[in-house]
Design a protein around this ligand. Sequence first.
Ligand code: AMP
Ligand code: ZN
Length: 479
Amino acid sequence: MQLYNSLSRTKEEFVPHEAGKVSMYTCGPTVYHFAHIGNLRTYIMEDILDRYLRYSGYEVTRVMNITDVGHLTSDADTGEDKMLKGAKREKKTVMEIAKFYTDCFFVDCKALNIRRPEVVEPATSCIDEFIRVIESLMEKGYAYEAGGNIYFDTSKLKQYYMFHNFEEEDLAVGVREGVEADGNKRNKADFVLWFTKSKFDDQELKWNSPWGVGYPGWHIECSCISMKHLGGHLDIHCGGIDNAFPHHTNEIAQSEAYLGHKWCNYWFHVLHLNTNSGKMSKSKGEFLTVSLLTEKGYDPMVYRFFCLQSHYRKSLVFSWENMENAKVAYQKLIARIAALKEDGEIDRAVFDAQKENFVKALDNDLNTSLAVTALYDVLKAKTNDATKLALLRDFDTVLCLNLLENAAKQNTESSAEAEKPVSDDPFIREIEAMIEARKEAKKAKNYAEADRIRAVLSEKGVTLIDTKDGTTYRIEGQA
Ligand code: AMP
Ligand code: ZN
């Protein structure tokens, strides 16, 4: 498989450290709020990589951290701990919101068919590990104490900036919002390993350390959690592109200083999901979540399909119009699959040729949009339905778009629909006809008409409820 490596800035043949086995580390969420669908784009694309490696025969072990301490509002060690900020916002404890948003994150992942990694480890459960590694970095001369904090000394490295060129990175630090010069740092790029002297006295979670009561920096957690479970040689490290600097750059610095050798061979970075007005952010207050998509009538599979239609190394723009297009395309795809019937033996020659097409797409730096095209090629292929169904079932073990499940569901629903008795009540018949008209209006993107129908029904005491399975209603005064 050819995989783009941010470290070499080229596509490389993927060769794991140990034949047949892959160790994979993923930066997990900072659990101070819901994940937005931008965060989830990154996790969807990492999921495809994980599943494709398994499909290709590798034994994959995947580890993810949960950031529940140390990630400050600016990635460059300034500002307040995001967790504390979230806890204050909700008038809860840090641990309460960590539990709540960790659970929400995995509910969203499940809805999007994102596999849960073998190991999921919260940062707060590894404090001893962090202290041990920081102590070793101190002994080796890579870390120093200043003003109560422990800093990593970047001047001790032959090369610090691993992903981009120096000027670019320096500029990035300079323009980051809320960055203030930290007089304790010996070098501008040095970063905090352990905080004891925070300008926020109310940091809720603190631990004893050889340097006083305090808490870990964000970067050290990923190095330590990865090394704890996956050892000193990591095959693939994943994350969103914003993590390349300073987070991943710092992870490399401290892990390699600690280990004394190269740590991770492949860096997989997913580009951002943006809106027309720019970057998506959790801290801006209102943001797009999986629940919002569902509320608006979009099956989470439509979002997964939308993400797979573009390459992970291109930024992607979200708009409701794009979502609507993805929904229509997904529904058409499902309808075509629903029309297929199990009709005999699988044609092996066709199966192998089509599969080769699919593998070729994903072997080429995980080209998911070509892998989606391979689905349409199967539907167009000159072969029987049984072969097509077998291929779609096989491809969907990687794409995980619930293709066959949703096609079967559609078949069951349409036969139930055909058998549904027409109501004797003229009011119910009127409501159902108006719901149907509203559905048609939405399909034609005539949202004004759809809203008008909703308003007319509302005046008659009928409230419409949109779900991912269609529209239902409630009549005022009835249970
Ligand atoms: P966080 O919860 O902020 O630590 O971020 C979780 C993951 O989402 C990280 O891998 C980030 O790099 C990634 N991420 C953040 N914003 C976006 C975005 N707009 N699009 C895609 N990925 C993102
Ligand atoms: Zn990380």
